[in-house]
Every structure is written in structure tokens, then in C-alpha cells.
Design a protein around this ligand. Structure first.
Ligand SMILES: Nc1nc2c(ncn2[C@@H]2O[C@H](COP(=O)(O)OP(=O)(O)OP(=O)(O)O)[C@@H](O)[C@H]2O)c(=O)[nH]1
Ligand SMILES: [Mg+2]
Length: 344
């Protein structure tokens, strides 16, 4: 992408190219969407508006797309699983986009390189598209743009979007709020049963996938699967009409992969019935949730950028830190300033 801000005509042309399935145009479009530059925002929004009729929840083709979130602790086998599942789906005629969300800024380009290697087979497929997240961005920012990147991929005709995220607590929630089905990956050999996965995270799962169920780890994998089966039974259903299931896979041996997709199809069949479309309803709810996320982020940005707020902030922060005033009172004061400036 050049430094010049693409105008809306170019954005429309890009949108057209992506619909035609041009992977380079798709990569450029996502770069635009991910750009933090304010002057890129307008072009990105023009582009998103151009693709929205093709990616919005009301679109029939889009309703057939499947958005899967794939999360789990570092090294659990997410990328290897995505490679195996992605290849399986491509063999079945799907177009598969993989988006990675890496919320930890500590990780360098090394891990992205690692992912490339682990998804080597998938990367070679003409009907696959792999997009690592830009390094060093904040969770909110990455997840925020990842949702938009997902819409762009769907507009380009990708009917399965796999979103990989390293589980660090809040990243799972952000991803769960943008996908149809949330897969939590756990691995054997961790020793501690249920691996300290927090209840709140387990509750997000529509499917728990026990990875590395091969060789010397197979027995342990079976035990962990049974533990999760028992634990999940105590949680409330993740969706009306769907109780979380447990599957065992070996991504390197390709076992259990077809079963995972069969479960995903059953999940969809359970939610989308003649009477109601639970996936469309969930997408509509998610879009509203994201509106509020955007509003919160936008308002905080506006507050931080406001000269009068900036002038008053250091003293108030000090007052809060030393206990001279409460955070609530300080926030009220700043918000009153902000509101009066806006002519309220
Ligand atoms: N035995 C066995 N090892 C596996 C399997 N899947 C992944 N691994 C190994 O587990 C390690 C981590 O795999 P990744 O796929 O990179 O895991 P990840 O969850 O994507 O890791 P991060 O992205 O770094 O969090 C690698 O050494 C893989 O070879 C499997 O099915 N069986
Ligand atoms: Mg990975």
C-alpha cells in the first residue's frame, strides 16, 4: 500500500477486487482496515460500507459463512489444529480465512514466523487466506480491527473464518463476541486437571477440543476429555439448545478433525431452525455489543485528547492517588467539564 490515502473510488475498486477473490487486494484492504492512521480511517470506513451489503448479517450468503473462534493457552496446538482443520475444509470445497489475534505485545515476529511454518500447507492453498495480527497493538485495537477484517474476508467469498487467539483472559471474551462458535483448546501433559482454565472462559466454550491426542499423550488426553465432559455438564448450556461438547484430536495425525467440523455443523443445525435463526440473532446482538465497545473506546479517546481534560487530569490523578478525592468524584468532575464543553 502506498502512503497516499486511498480515496473512496479506490476503496470501491478494492472492494470489487476482493469480491472477485484477489488475495493481494484482500491483504491490502485488511491493511487499510487495520491502519491506526486517522487519515486511513475514512477510506477504511468507505471500504467497509462498500463490502457490508456482502458481509452484513442480513445477507443470505453471509448467513452461510461460519465464524469459529479458536482459543487456548500458548502452545496448546491452535495453529497446528487450524492447519489441519483448514486443509480438511478446503478439500471439502470451502474457502478458509484465518485471522490471528495476538494480544501479548511481548511476543515478537518470531511467533508469526512460527505460525507461518505451522500453516505451511494451508498457506499454499489458493482458497485459503492467512493473516497474522500486527504485532505490538493493544487487545482492544487488534480485536476491533479483526472483526472488520473478518467482514472483509466474508465479502471476498470466504465462507469459513477461523480466528486464532492466545488465551489471556480478556482476549477470549473479545473473540467470543465476534464469532458464531467458540472452541476452547486444551492439551494433555499439563499435569493440573482443567489446567486452571477459568470458569468464565469454560462457560464461553461451545466445544472443548483436547489436542495432541496421540502417542504417549493419548491416554492423558482421554482423561482430560472425561474431566471436561464432567465439568461442562455442571455449566449452563452455552446457547439455548446447545450444550458444550468435548472432542479429541491429533492435528499432526489428522484424527478427530472431521469430527470437529461435524460438531460445528450440528451446532449450526441446533441454532438455525425453521422457527428461528439463532446465529443471525447472535450476530445482531454482537453487532450491538461492538457498537458499545466502539462508543466506549471513542469516548475515552475523545476525553484523552481534550485540552481542558488534559490540563486538569494530572492534579486530579494525584488527588486520587493520594486519597484526597475518590476516583468516582474525580471522574464526575472531569465528565462535567467535558459535557459543559460540548455545550450540554
Ligand atoms: N504430538 C502432537 N503435538 C502437537 C499437535 N499439535 C501441535 N503440536 C505441537 O505443539 C506445539 C505447539 O503447537 P502450535 O500449533 O504452535 O500451538 P499454538 O497454540 O498455536 O501456539 P501459540 O500460537 O504459540 O500459542 C508444536 O510443537 C506442535 O508441533 C498434535 O496434534 N500432536
Ligand atoms: Mg499459534
Amino acid at each position: 500500500m502506498t502512503d497516499a490515502t486511498p480515496n473512496s473510488a479506490e476503496a470501491a475498486a478494492l472492494a470489487e477486487a476482493r469480491r472477485a477473490g484477489d488475495r493481494r487486494a484482500l491483504a491490502r484492504a485488511i491493511t487499510l482496515v487495520e491502519s491506526a492512521r486517522p487519515d486511513h480511517r475514512a477510506a477504511a470506513e468507505a471500504l467497509l460500507e462498500a463490502v457490508l451489503p456482502h458481509g452484513g448479517p442480513q445477507n443470505a450468503q453471509n448467513a452461510r459463512s461460519m465464524r469459529l473462534g479458536i482459543s487456548g493457552p500458548p502452545g496448546v496446538g491452535k495453529s497446528t489444529f487450524i492447519e489441519a482443520l483448514g486443509l480438511h475444509l478446503i478439500a471439502a470445497g470451502h474457502k478458509v480465512a484465518v485471522l490471528a489475534v495476538d494480544p501479548s505485545s511481548k511476543r515478537s515476529g518470531g511467533s508469526i514466523l512460527g505460525d507461518k511454518t505451522r500453516m505451511e500447507g494451508l498457506g499454499r492453498e489458493a482458497t485459503a487466506f492467512i493473516r497474522p495480527s500486527p504485532a505490538g497493538e493493544t487487545l482492544g485495537g487488534v480485536a476491533r480491527r479483526t472483526r472488520e477484517a473478518m467482514l472483509v474476508c466474508e465479502a471476498a467469498g470466504f465462507d469459513v473464518v477461523l480466528i486464532e487467539t492466545v488465551g489471556v483472559g480478556q482476549s477470549e471474551t473479545a473473540v467470543a463476541e465476534m464469532v458464531d462458535m467458540f472452541l476452547l483448546l486444551v492439551a494433555p501433559g499439563g499435569g493440573d486437571e482443567l489446567q486452571g482454565i477459568k470458569r468464565g472462559i469454560a462457560e464461553l466454550a461451545d466445544l472443548v477440543v483436547v489436542t495432541k491426542s496421540d502417542g504417549g499423550l493419548a491416554e492423558d488426553a482421554g482423561r482430560i476429555a472425561a474431566d471436561y465432559q464432567a465439568a461442562l455438564h455442571l455449566l449452563r448450556p452455552s446457547h439455548p439448545g446447545w450444550r458444550a461438547e468435548v472432542a479429541r484430536v491429533s492435528s499432526i495425525e489428522g484424527r478427530g478433525i472431521a469430527e470437529v467440523w461435524a460438531i460445528a455443523e450440528r451446532f449450526r443445525a441446533a441454532l438455525v431452525t425453521e422457527e428461528s435463526d439463532g446465529i443471525a440473532a447472535q450476530r445482531a446482538e454482537q453487532a450491538k455489543t461492538w457498537l458499545w465497545r466502539e462508543l466506549r473506546e471513542g469516548l475515552v479517546e475523545a476525553l484523552r485528547a481534550d485540552p481542558e481534560i488534559r490540563r486538569r487530569l494530572p492534579d486530579l490523578e494525584k488527588a486520587v492517588a493520594t486519597g484526597r478525592t475518590t476516583p468516582a468524584a474525580a471522574a464526575r468532575e472531569l465528565l462535567a467539564v467535558f459535557r459543559s464543553e460540548k455545550g450540554d
